[in-house]
Write a new protein. Sequence first.
Lengths: 500, 696
Amino acid sequence: MSAVSYSQLVWVTLPEIALVVAALAVLACDGTVLRGAAIARRRGVAALLACVGSVAAMLLVGSGPASFHLPDGMLVMDGRTRVVQVALLVLTILTVLLSEAMLTPAAEGVAGGKTAFTHHIGEYFALLLFATVAVLFLVSTQNFLLIFLALEFLSLVLYILTGFDKQSQLSTEAALKYFLFGGISAAFLLFGISLIYGLSGSIDLSQIAVAALQPDPLWMIAIVMVVVGFGFKVAAAPFHLWAPDAYQGAPTISAGFVSSSSKVASFFIFAQVLTLGVFGAAGSGMWHGAAPGWVPVLCVVAALSLLLGNLAALVQTSLRRLLAYSAIGHAGYLLLAIIAHTPQSTSALLYYVFTYALTVLGAFGVLAALEAQGIDRIADVAGLSRRAPFLSACMLVFLLSLAGIPPLAGFFGKFWLFGTALNAAPQLGLFWLVMLAILMSVVALVYYLRVLKQIFVADVPANAGAIHSGLVTRVTLGVMAAATVVLGCDPGLLIRWVVR
Amino acid sequence: MIRILWLIPAIPVLAAGFIALLKRGQRKLAATAAIGALGVSLVMSVAAFASMLGNSGLQVMNFRWLQFGTQWISLGWLLDPLAAIMLVMVSFVGLLIFIYSIGYMAEDENFTRFFCFLSLFAGAMLAVVIANSLLLLFMGWELVGLTSYLLIGFWYHKPEAAAAAKKAFIVTRVGDLGLLLGMVWLYGSTGTLLFYNHGAGCLEHGALAVLVAHTTIGGMAVSTAIALLIFLGAAGKSGQVPFHIWLPDAMEGPTPVSALIHAATMVAAGVYLIARVYPLMSITVTPGTISTALQVIAWIGAITAFFAACIAVAQDDIKRILAYSTISQLGYMMLGLGVGGVAVGMFHLITHACFKALLFLGAGSVIHGCGGEQDIRKMGGLRRFMPITFVTYASGMLALCGFPLFAGFWSKDEILHAAHGWPMSLGPFYLGTAGALLTAFYMMRQVYYVFLGSRRTADEAAEAAAKAADETTAAHGHATAHGHGEPHESPAVMGIPMIILGFLAAFLGFVGTPAWPWFSDFLTGQTTTLDFGRFGEAGLLPLMAVSSLMVFAGLGLGWWFYGRKPIVSASQPDGLEQAMPPVFGALRRRLFVDELYAVTVVRLVRWGSALADVFDRFVLGGLAGLMALLVNGLGHIDNSLDTHAVNGGFDLGCRELATGGRWFAAWQSGRVQTYLRTIGIALIVLAVMLLWWGKA
């Protein structure tokens, strides 16, 4: 290991430092100056600080060094990493803005309405910022040690965010399950990493790649363990079991964050590890004559995710569980892009995961805005288009984009992703998996449309009044829906950033 | 001028489109748009007319419209004295009637729709006038037919109006079929439908020579056949016998419509068409003889003039009298075209447009003032209540009768003069002269019934009041009597157009007297000189004396039957009826023409349609039923296949999917021990799988 100058280290981690400073400022402000102030005021100040910190971090990412490579792949920055970091920061800002709906005390007399789920405003925003720090580190390293550290950091923050609603038993239970599940997977991941270190003598992905050229049965064990670790993170079957409970139990915006930012970062690093680190041990996923390697493993995981996510979503009655299973299904599509591991498929992966994060965060945002009315089950949104036309319109855009209907962003994402998967090296034998994915996206349409049918066709239940939502929420959701449409109509806007 | 001539019809059509978009309540805007647009058209028409005064040459503007095969269909417009004078007449009379309509239609809820149709009509009629292509003329021709249909049926909730609209449309359509055939034939023979195209048009020498040179069935020249077919169209539109039956029924439309469309302009379109294609009508193999087409036109015109005048004698509806009078006068115009040429027929067309529009407006004013009453037997004495209407109506009536010095006198005299000099036969002349006598008679009768004498509705109102008083309370009876009300003069917006037209009816004839024949000279492009010596031409003055005598005799007879003893009661039999009951009865039934059609044409059509129905129902219907059975059977097979095989399979698949989903969801037991065990199992399974593959 060569020495690293600390001034250089500070220089390249300025964005993360800015976020940490912002998080501390939020905590300090909330704990001292605003002690005893109204929730709305505390929320406003904390959100403002969080946004300022994120914007500052974004500017620092933009103005920082375009590329660097610290020894042992500790911190690596290139054009694509920067794009991912900016996207993560944008998602953080959107999450912060959407938190308004969650932290607004419900109007008096709303049946089943919830009050603001927490009084710990400062801590909540600070944790969001810390989670952002974790994902920024996660995407900018190619070193197993740092990957593991960042993953654990992220996971710990997410456990807390999941259990943040202390009044809710579900929230606590979800956090506990998430934590136990995460702990076991982390153990497997660490085991896998140590096996790899033992086999290759390095924790730097680029050096592991050199050693991974000769297959060894132990490699396979190590790869399976790494896949388990990341499979947990991206909620791919059969490591998904935490997700439905966590999505349902967690505060809605926390669930949104778990399904957007955390997903973007995890998929990116998952792809990095597999394509950079163990590239040589790809193998083949052909039906007949599958060759051992990480490709067949991922093929199994992806197929399982596609089937399980989309089919189980069909029978859900809770909107959040539905989104959880749909997230599992989407993980299946995204794994397809990792399996293809061509430069185009990585670009497609990024496009898909960005637009997916945007739309799923939007869907959770709509749910958050509805939560004050106690809406959780699919049956509850009956006739929503008459009660909250704007939110319904946004939901329409988000769900149709998730289903992959043109001209929305989700359509182009799927189209590009499937296209690159079909164009991947033929010995990978991805054809059957792509067909399965296309079939399953047809099935997926059913459950999205079922929600939309409830919203737009079903009758308004008696004594259900109009639903009002905050201005910030509406503006944010409107911008997100507009972005979904625009990116679908002109994918070039995003493509030129994700294509290296 | 010629470049922007197309704007004259285009502006009213655009106004119609604009009005069509208005809401029902925007009445003022609708009327303003229609009148403004036609006003602009009038100004442009006058400008075109003025440009013709200087040099009366023909100007044309042609353009290619569409291509099929290697041929282009061209359209175009033209400006010559004939078109210029028609443009001014149509837009001027049209404008006056538009203004009058504001007052007449004031209480109608579909006011805007009315002005939309009127505007569309004006545009289409102006397009007919400036068309330099038989095709463009035909388009305008059909459009005026459409608007005529729409306006006759404007009060479509009245069954008579709806029936009359249909009748007008169908009867004129028979004539239009002839026109269409003639047009197609003309195109097939000459390859063009442009009238004038620098020597290549179908009315120019080259094409006419071709048409005359060829003969068709019965040794008839192609030109004659085409001319007769075109005349068929003109006869349909202009209500010539035997196509006249639609015109009296068309009086079901609002009176301004009757005045504009069914008196002044549209019905004259047939006359204008003949005048427009006059070179084709008059061409003969041997120069100097009279063409067959013109002979037919002259005879049909003369018969129509006399026949319709007879029927008019016995009608009781104020508008129907005028309708038959219009038919009769259209007959005179055709006669004029046939025996005397374009100028003779067109002069009568122009003067007639003024005084007949005036008479209709007067009749409308009477109807308006009497609360919708149209039966002349129930009027009487209106002179006192409606002085302006009476004076203007009298002016129009004298013009129509051909009272010396009034407009109709000069134009009708010219026709009679030409008919007298016709070398073929004197029959048309005698028919025309007799028609003049009848015209004076029926107009005198009408004026006596409507304006002179004592008011007869008042008596009946009193009777009704007395009757009502017996049945209900006196107050109710009084209300009923008041409902009839006193007749009243029409508002100024209706009166002023009538006054303007009244002046024209009296004095317009002076532009075409024998001493100063400006009108025919304008049409032929000569300069006019004042020469009283022309009165001395052979037979002119005696002829004028004879015709004036006829007018006076007609007026005198009218006085004898209706003025001598005042008409006291509405139910009293007609003066003429007392003298000659069977003749009067036949005339009142319109000489049984409608009945004749009913037992011949209509019955034939009925039989034909019954036959077609049987054929349709049993032969075609049977075939169709067989096909349907076959298709249905296949459909059933397909359906059962679909339901049981495909759908069943699909349902099974869906159920399987849902079951799968439930099974997957059941995995989600909520027990964290299961979850964690899953990871371990997955790890082992995947690792074993890989290792096994690796071994193989």
